[in-house]
Design a protein around this ligand. Structure first.
Ligand code: 5RP
Length: 235
């Protein structure tokens, strides 16, 4: 069966990032989400074909499963506190390479891994490429919060002019529980002109664990296109 244009775009971006950035002996961050699945597929191929020795640091439970099921070497930040290249997806990428992440609810571990990576490389399909954050991704900024603090935080976000909603589970009654045992609030701020300041304001709130605004972290983004070509943006 032939791939849909979106799946083809994700695959092309994932393969391009692994081919350009992964080298023998590296410690790699392995992001989360559906696009990362393609990057891991390519990584498995290259590890087998070229006998590469790489260590993979996960960013979520999904990512642990991808690494282990693919027969790759699983590492952790205790043994490998510095990462050479982190390859991850995004929900939106603006013209300065600021990101919204966390559509899959993994932004806390993803940001920790990105923060200790020499290079954060983003892989995405053409729907995620925009000028300003909030232009294409309409579900809001994912914000992970300690459960007991969710109502006060929702009220504070409303006072800031945001439209927050508690992310609910699909096949379980009640809210989604993150890999870290927390709740996730999705807060719509419309078009975000200044993601750096917004991120600072949100992370200052007691009870906020981390936001899905990744500012000044990515060095390059690959965007797979519907026709199978790739565009990219870099710092
Ligand atoms: O940040 C993420 C998960 O927390 C993902 O990287 C982001 O949601 C993109 O996912 P996908 O590749 O499935 O579109």
């Amino acid at each position: 069966m032939s791939q849909t244009p979106i799946e083809l775009a994700k695959k092309k971006a994932g393969y391009a990032a692994v081919d350009e950035f992964v080298k023998d002996g590296m410690v790699l961050g392995i992001g989360s989400g559906s696009t990362v699945v393609y990057a891991v597929k390519r990584l498995i191929e290259r590890v087998k074909n070229e006998n590469l020795k790489v260590i993979c640091i996960p960013t979520s439970f999904q990512s642990i499963q991808l690494i282990v099921d693919g027969g790759l070497t699983l590492g952790d930040l205790s043994r490998h506190p510095e990462i050479d290249v982190d390859i991850d997806g995004a929900d939106e990428v603006d013209d300065k390479l600021h990101l919204i992440k966390g559509g899959g609810g993994c932004q806390v571990q993803e940001k920790i891994v990105a923060s200790v990576s020499k290079q954060l490389v983003i892989i995405a399909d053409y729907r995620k490429d925009s000028k300003s954050l909030g232009e294409k991704w309409k579900k809001g900024v994912p914000i992970e919060v300690v459960p007991m603090a969710y109502v006060p935080i929702i009220n504070k976000i409303k006072k800031m002019g945001g439209k927050p909603t508690l992310r609910m589970a699909k096949n379980k009654a009640g809210p989604i529980i993150s890999d870290n045992g927390n709740f996730i609030i999705d807060a719509d701020f419309g078009i975000i002109q200044d993601p750096i300041t917004l991120n600072e304001k949100l992370t200052m709130m007691t009870g906020v664990v981390e936001t899905g605004l990744f500012t000044n972290m990515a060095i390059k983004a690959f965007f797979g296109q519907a026709d199978g070509t790739i565009t990219s943006r870099e710092k």
